[in-house]
Ligand binder design. Structure first.
Ligand code: NAD
Length: 420
């Protein structure tokens, strides 16, 4: 199984990052192995009757990295490229992220290899319900709590609540987070990840002495994370000049009208063709001069092929795993880019998921301002711990963020000891 996981380029990347940190921390072989490998890897097949009468069999995965620090937490992704290695890598990153943010969770991730863009709502509903049913023995509000990720949304979570609650015989809202408000979702959850990204980007600009109002940004991806990052940045007075998605990339040097763009995307399915901007090559978009570059789509887009040509001052990693270890080395040698590593940068989502779960367990409700204020306080605390580590240990930003998360997990493993 170890070899199988290591064949996945995304898992290789997560494992390389972990090995670098473990070497730095001088972790012994026993604790290193315990921390690196996932606790549970679950793969299921799901036959679904499609609208045209065919039965299609989908593969789905759930990887629970560690359960030592609490229930596991992590998104569910629908994307054609999903495989076990990718899901295991994302689960490992979630583990370090929850620990870095001092949330009482282990990390997990789920994914189904499918193309949600080519499926009807009915087909997606059947697939989601079947997956939830297959997962029943492995999930629970004290065991494993899922949330939306690429290709899934609050409707997906609502179907999951319905299946789980039907089997339980009563409503169990805490089984997932990122669900609709009507089902006891949390105010502020939808925009949480993007809000956190924009907030930390503004804090990084402050540290560099760059005025936030009027600063420029480029964003790859205009889904949940990219859209709310853009919206929050615009609210801060920043100019979001370039945005791309699966349909293409657009540019307006004076700043895009984010609300108008969102309406265009809802009506047309993507950013391409937005009238108040010019089309630009999606690869070239990443290399445009800007204050903040935000990859908010898929993994491994900042690579050794483009890292030397980046022209941003802050790299705010909203996506999980957007920068390869080779690119990390190049960026570190350049020394002129303030990297906000993914495990910190996009942690707003899991932080407000935690708030949602707490509200569900307590049957309590907080308002949006309260949630977003708590989020900013939580992220500010993590950002300051991270900067203190960078300064005191003189290590790269990636090393600092991962060290903070991994050290928490190591401490818990050591204090709990080994069973039996
Ligand atoms: P989403 O499905 O809502 O949106 C994904 C966006 O990326 C879409 O606009 C899509 O068109 C675009 N995209 C896909 N491939 C692309 C490519 N090759 N080039 C440019 N654009 C491309 O997904 P999301 O929830 O916004 O998640 C985006 C990233 O953020 C993922 O890496 C995810 O793991 C991470 N993330 C999401 C959350 C969350 O709360 N949703 C939390 C933490 C991290």
């Amino acid at each position: 199984m170890k070899e199988q996981l290591l064949q996945s380029p995304v898992f290789q990347m997560a494992a390389t990052q972990f090995d670098r940190v473990a070497d730095y921390l001088e972790l012994g072989e026993d604790i290193r192995e315990r921390c690196k490998w996932p606790k549970r890897l679950i793969t299921v097949t799901m036959p679904v009757r499609m609208d045209d009468g065919r039965t299609e069999v989908f593969f789905g995965h759930r990887v629970q990295h560690h359960l030592s620090r609490g229930p596991v937490k992590g998104g569910l992704r629908y994307h054609p490229s999903v495989d076990l290695g990718e899901v295991a890598a994302l689960a490992m990153w979630m583990n370090w992220k929850c620990a870095l943010m001092r949330l009482p969770y282990g990390g997990a991730k789920g994914g189904i290899a499918c193309d949600p863009r080519g499926m009807s709502t009915r087909e997606k509903e059947k697939l989601t319900r079947r997956f939830t049913m297959e997962m029943l023995p492995f999930i629970g509000q004290e065991v494993d709590v899922m949330a939306p990720d690429m290709g899934t949304d609050e409707q997906t979570m609502a179907w999951m609540v319905d299946v789980y609650s039907t089997y339980a015989g009563h409503l169990v809202p805490g089984i997932v987070t990122g669900k609709p408000l009507e089902l006891q979702g949390s105010a502020g959850r939808k925009q949480a990840t993007g809000h956190g990204v924009a907030f930390l980007a503004s804090r990084a600009l402050n540290k560099l002495g760059i005025t936030v109002t009027g600063a420029t940004a480029v964003i790859q991806g205009f889904g949940n994370v990219g859209h709310y990052t853009a919206e929050t940045m615009s609210g801060f007075g920043m100019h979001v000049c370039g945005i791309s998605d699966i349909t293409g990339a657009i540019w307006n040097g004076k700043g895009l009208d984010v609300s108008a763009l969102h309406k265009h995307v809802v009506a047309n399915g993507g950013v391409a063709g937005f009238p108040e901007a010019e089309a630009i090559d999606p690869e070239a978009l990443l290399l445009q001069e800007c204050d903040v570059l935000v990859p908010a789509a898929v993994e491994r887009v900042i690579t050794k092929a483009n890292a030397a040509q980046l022209r941003c001052k802050v790299l705010a990693e909203a996506a999980n795993g957007p920068t390869t270890p080779e690119a990390d080395t190049i960026i570190e040698e350049r020394g002129d880019i303030f990297v906000i590593p993914d495990v910190l940068c996009n942690a707003g989502g899991v932080t407000v998921s935690y708030f949602e779960w707490v509200q569900n367990l307590q049957r309590f409700h907080w308002g949006e301002r309260e949630v977003l204020t708590k989020l900013e306080t939580h992220m500010e605390g993590a950002f300051e711990r991270f900067l203190t580590f960078v300064r005191s240990k003189k290590v790269s930003h990636r090393m600092a963020a991962l060290c903070l998360g991994i050290c928490e997990v190591v401490k818990v493993k050591q204090v709990r000891g080994l069973f039996p």
